[in-house]
Design a protein around this ligand. Structure first.
Ligand code: DCM
Ligand code: DCM
Ligand code: DCM
Ligand code: ZN
Ligand code: ZN
Length: 273
């Protein structure tokens, strides 16, 4: 996701964490404001282009070597590279935050928390669970007459178009969009299904939990991202009928990511006590 997506997801999560979790992460992140999650939501994207952060580049995605649109799936042994992937990264940073042996300094706990907040979010972007053309970065398309790649369209363009465009700082627009999604979750169109959103969630099986989330995300590559395959979409204008079908997917994936991130942080703060 682009900044707007990550920050929206963080604000959604802030609305669903317990009070104990909020206090725990406000302390850990040294931020007493209500923006404590939103303010670190894009940190992992900022550090990945620095020299020390270079090793974290592969942690933002998993390149599923499936065959959309006829076959979609994420298989850990096939798709998670030796350098790591978004699923192994969630496993690693979850265990570093829990730090069962108490060996790590506080700064590593803080970093682990910032990675978790970002990677739960990224695995909900369908093209972060797909190998084709480097997650769609190599597929050139148009979106409202602008020349963009398909990855950028799913990271940024669709979400920003849903709210009528985002100019300047994304925080205000993200907070508003999050408030709307929180209503949809509590009393609106997602209310009936949210209990299923936490199926299989367990700190005792991080890989299994992340695979459930990544597979659900990857399934949209076959149904909504590349419904006629990669060749059919090249050079196409995606701002009209394609957008109409894609927008509900982006919306539900942002809502799910925020709701699940809150649940994950609740499990973590209860375990760390
Ligand atoms: N920012 C904002 N609104 C907020 C929080 C932050 O516009 N509620 C902006 C100010 C900075 C950037 O985001 O340009 C990063 O903020 P920080 O350094 O607080 O993470
Ligand atoms: N690191 C990491 N995950 C690990 C081990 C280390 O992200 N499983 C990161 C945290 C530190 C850096 O690598 O910023 C160097 O860690 P170390 O000094 O433990 O090798
Ligand atoms: N990306 C991806 N899958 C890949 C390569 C990259 O999902 N195989 C994502 C990470 C960034 C965006 O695409 O969100 C741009 O990546 P980069 O800056 O590495 O080109
Ligand atoms: Zn991306
Ligand atoms: Zn990312």
């Amino acid at each position: 996701w682009g900044g707007f997506g990550h920050i929206t997801i963080a604000y959604v999560a802030s609305n669903f964490v317990s009070d104990h979790t909020a206090t725990h992460f406000q302390t850990l992140l040294r931020n007493q404001s209500s923006d404590y999650l939103a303010n670190v939501a894009t940190w992992a994207d900022n550090i990945r282009y620095t020299k020390w952060g270079h090793f974290t580049g592969p942690f933002h995605f998993i390149d599923a070597k499936d065959d959309p649109p006829s076959s979609c799936d994420v298989i850990m042994e096939r798709d998670c590279k030796s350098e790591g992937c978004v699923i192994s990264a969630l496993q690693n940073y979850t265990s570093r935050l829990i730090d069962a042996d108490g060996l790590l300094p506080a700064i590593e706990h803080e970093q682990a928390a910032k990675f978790i907040i970002h990677f739960v979010s990224d695995m909900h972007q369908p093209l972060h669970t797909e190998d084709v053309a480097k997650g769609g970065n190599g597929i050139h398309v148009k979106f409202d007459h602008k020349f963009l790649n398909l990855h950028h369209v799913w990271d940024t363009s669709i979400a920003e178009k849903i709210v009528g465009g985002v100019r300047g700082s994304p925080y205000g627009a993200a907070r508003q969009f999050a408030d709307k999604l929180v209503d949809d979750i509590r009393t609106g169109k997602y209310q009936a299904e949210t209990k299923n959103w936490l199926n299989g969630i367990s700190l005792d099986d991080v890989e299994g939990t992340a695979l459930i989330w990544a597979r659900e995300s990857n399934a949209y590559v076959c149904t909504h991202v590349l419904p006629q395959g990669p060749k059919a979409i090249m050079g196409q204008e995606l701002g009209s009928s394609y957008y109409d079908d894609a927008a509900p997917v982006v919306e539900i994936q942002i809502a799910r990511a925020g709701f699940r991130l809150a649940a994950w942080l609740d499990l973590l703060s209860a375990k760390i006590a």
